[in-house]
Design a protein around this ligand. Structure first.
Ligand code: F6P
Length: 555
């Protein structure tokens, strides 16, 4: 494994930091015009722009040297080659193999997996063809019209985000309309109940998606959906075979649940949950967009894999993204990254990235178990940009804390109101400029004088109406949002995550941190059912249980 470095002790970085801490983005943008040439990378129909980061050529050099020292390119190569980079679970992390073209080779633990991958893709294609053509029928012989994906975390967020993003491109199925698509993740009965009220049991296909097929939320929802279906189908067990398919790595549990494993689409332990949208977990995408759309999504990701594996450091978009995070979080001290898509289609991207980044990088120990010496994964949050402008941007512009932002825009709109689009994108460009440059008190005063305000009011309001600026952002502009471009964008973030994990010396592919809460929830549930279960709890928890228990039993 790569030796972890102490980023904070790199003398070159420390020197760059010393200089840049007292240099503003205004100054950098004015005095270093070469940054537009140097700090923009174009790849896969995307323009990635780091010119508004508080970096200059020397700081970039120091960051590239850090990546070199950490062995980032050999780490990427080890991942591609199927080495067990997931050290705590002793597994490969080979989501890249899921998007390799047919006929390529990728050997994991002595076995070439590309054929297996394409076998599952072919099986998905057969189901997609039958459903979209109306020949996969329900228990009364009517064609499937609604698809309900039941899954959570990585078995939900990827397909949900992608289907939302590509919704304007969903082709009509046999009855002339795109399929109806629903996602149920929360174990809160309100979520499933709302969907079951909206769909017709005779024409609904349920996908139970769970890597482990042991997740409480998913199995609870799946059992309730099955009971609902059987209730409508007069208890005929063959209805389950027509209306339920499973996506999992765990055939035994799928069979135990009552889904015929011939209706199961498999994947493998070397696919992490939050990296699984490329596997059969992407079945809702394939059903919704058609198999060509899903294959284009895989193709875009594969093109990004090649870019990241084959580009030199300075042109490597994933490496640059990771190094900017190191700079902002480890050197300048930011603790979050705000993801701001200026596109309604990408409104779920911040949630998707929350899992991808925070579950991967929320680690406090290195591969060898020693504590890390610098901050690791930042908080990732965000929302569609224009909505955010009227909610939380006040703090981004004038609050006492600053956080780096990431703007994402798409040049081409896919709707019938193209006159809105320049307004939308003008806001994106303006916000990046405003955050970088701010407004001095003098500028604010001049503006107020031009508005005719009296000098005493100008003096009183100038501090309130000036902006500190110097708040860095990255601007990602996409030519268009189609399956291939979206595949490339998601893959780019995946690679960025792995590069960051390499720089910090942590494992991006486990998630032990979610286990404790799951374990305790099992005990609490038993305690709800009966105080006699008697699991020991601290006094605060005991008091909470005592308040809740009678209310839950009263219903
Ligand atoms: O929240 C933990 C987690 O294991 C995620 O990593 C995963 O994506 C999610 O639960 C769902 O797991 P599964 O697909 O096994 O149901």
């Amino acid at each position: 494994m790569t030796q972890s470095l102490s980023i904070l002790h790199s003398p070159k970085l420390a020197a760059a930091l010393g200089r840049l801490q007292s240099t503003t983005l205004r100054e950098l943008l004015e005095t270093d015009p070469g940054r537009v040439e140097r700090d923009v990378v174009e790849v896969a129909g995307m323009r990635l722009d780091w010119t508004r980061q508080r970096l200059d050529a020397t700081a970039w050099d120091a960051l590239f040297a850090l990546a070199d020292e950490a062995g980032v390119s050999s780490a990427l190569e080890r991942q591609r080659a199927g080495e067990h980079v997931n050290t705590t679970e002793d597994r490969a992390a080979l989501h890249m193999a899921l998007r390799l073209p047919r006929g390529s080779r990728c050997v994991i633990d002595g076995h070439d997996v590309v054929e297996d991958v394409h076998e599952v893709l072919d099986a998905m294609a057969a189901l997609v063809e039958r459903v979209r053509a109306g020949t996969h029928t329900g228990y009364t012989g009517r064609a499937i019209r609604s698809v309900v994906n039941i899954g959570i975390g990585g078995s939900d967020l990827g397909p949900r985000m992608v289907c939302q993003a590509l919704q304007p491109m969903a082709p009509a199925a046999v009855d002339g309309r795109p399929l109806d698509l629903h996602f149920v993740s929360n174990v809160d009965g309100a979520a499933l109940d709302a969907v079951l009220r909206a769909v017709d049991p005779e024409t609904t296909l349920f996908i139970v998606a769970s890597k482990t097929f042991g997740t409480q939320e998913t199995l609870t929802n799946a059992r309730s959906a099955r009971a609902w279906l059987l209730g409508h189908a007069g208890g005929r067990p063959e209805a389950v075979a027509r209306h339920f398919v499973a996506v999992s790595t765990h055939a035994g549990r799928v069979a135990e649940f009552g889904i015929d494993t011939r209706n199961m689409f498999g994947f493998w332990d070397w696919v992490g949950g939050r990296y699984s949208v490329w596997s059969a977990i992407g079945l809702p995408i394939a059903l919704y967009l058609g198999m060509d759309g899903f294959r284009a999504f895989l193709g875009g990701a594969h093109a990004m894999d090649r870019h990241v594996l084959e580009s030199g450091a300075r042109g490597n978009a994933a490496l640059r993204m990771a190094l900017v995070d190191i700079w902002n979080h480890n050197l300048l001290g930011a603790c979050a990254r705000v993801v701001l898509p200026y596109d309604e289609r990408l409104k779920l991207l911040p949630s998707y990235l929350q899992q991808a980044e925070m579950e991967s990088l929320g680690k406090g120990v290195r591969h060898d178990g020693t504590p890390v010496t610098e901050q690791t994964g930042p908080l990732v949050w965000g929302a569609v940009g224009t909505d955010g402008q009227h909610a939380f941007y006040q703090l981004l512009h004038q609050g006492t804390r600053w956080e780096p932002t990431e703007f994402i825009g798409v040049a081409h709109a896919e709707h019938a109101l193209p006159e809105h689009h320049p307004i939308l994108l003008a806001n994106l460009v303006a916000q990046a400029e405003a955050l970088a440059l701010g407004k001095t008190a003098d500028e604010a005063a001049r503006e107020m004088a031009a508005e005719g305000l009296p000098p005493d009011v100008i003096e009183r309001l100038a501090p309130h109406r000036s902006f500190p600026g110097n708040r860095p952002s990255t601007v990602i502009l996409m030519e268009r949002l189609d399956p291939s471009a979206l595949g490339a964008l998601v893959a780019l973030y995946e690679h960025k995550i792995y590069v960051l994990a390499t720089l910090w010396g942590i494992n991006a592919f486990d998630q032990w941190g979610v286990e404790l809460g799951k374990q305790l929830a099992g005990r609490v549930l038993e305690d709800f059912a009966s105080p006699a279960a008697g699991h020991p709890h601290d006094p605060a928890t005991t008091a909470t249980l005592a308040w809740l228990r009678p209310r839950l039993t009263r219903g």
